[in-house]
Ligand binder design. Structure first.
Ligand code: B4P
Length: 192
């Protein structure tokens, strides 16, 4: 089974993907995590990625698709949870083509629906909690970057909702509920 978790920044894509892989034989592919790893690599690509992420913009399709392609060549287990990918129509087309090359397809795209005000609270809290725990907040977890990340989401990513709806693959979940309730709603979709 191959599924996508879609939603604005802070909707809980990473949180839910992390919870799902603990219970299901699936692999989480988070482009956010891959890019955060790339930015610490000290390479030229890593520097470009860091600049783009800190501004709250989307990294180029070319870089992101390249990272996903590499991961799809690795272990497959019972399928993939795409967390934060695709984020553009070009990425969605590339994913369909990559899965087709592997003789696979996408089973569903799950939208986590959360109001903007709640997203801001969650991201600001995540930054505070990271600092309280003695670490550093993510460089893009501040109100200014978040404003840009939301604009990018509505402009470039939200068209994917119509794209997957037209294919009959879109499912919606109330992302405002508690993490456990969201997890149960996603589980019910997957079990059907
Ligand atoms: P991501 O790493 O994908 O992260 P995200 O959008 O911030 O959030 P996510 O939805 O995963 O939120 P989380 O579960 O952590 O992207 C970061 C950046 O990477 C992007 O801005 C972009 O620059 C770049 N990027 C990534 N993928 C890309 C792509 N495909 N193309 C181009 N660029 C790309 O949850 C957030 C907080 O909410 C947490 O603190 C969590 O504890 C809390 N929370 C979650 N669910 C909750 C719930 N139900 N109730 C209460 N709190 C909850």
């Amino acid at each position: 089974m191959n599924i996508i978790l879609l939603g604005p920044p802070g909707a809980g894509k990473g949180t839910q993907a992390g919870m799902l892989v603990k219970e299901r034989d699936m692999i989480q592919l988070s482009t956010g995590d891959m890019l955060r790893e790339a930015r610490t690599s000290g390479t030229e690509m890593g520097k470009v990625v860091a600049d783009v992420m800190d501004r709250g913009e989307l990294v180029t399709d070319e870089i992101v698709i390249g990272l996903i392609r590499e991961k799809l060549e690795g272990p497959q287990k019972g399928g993939f949870i795409f967390d934060g990918f695709p984020r553009t129509l070009a990425q969605a087309d590339a994913l369909e083509a990559l899965l087709a090359e592997m003789g696979q397809k996408l089973d569903c795209a799950i939208e986590l629906r959360v109001r903007d005000e709640v997203l801001v609270d969650r991201i600001v809290n995540r930054a505070k909690e990271a600092v309280a725990a003695g670490g550093d907040a993510r460089a893009d977890d501040n109100e200014e970057s978040l404003k840009k990340r939301l604009m990018e989401y509505y402009k470039k990513t939200s068209p994917l909702l119509g794209y997957y709806h037209a294919k009959g693959l879109l499912k919606r979940v109330d992302g405002l509920a508690s993490m456990e309730v969201v997890k149960a709603s996603i589980g019910a979709i997957l079990d059907n």
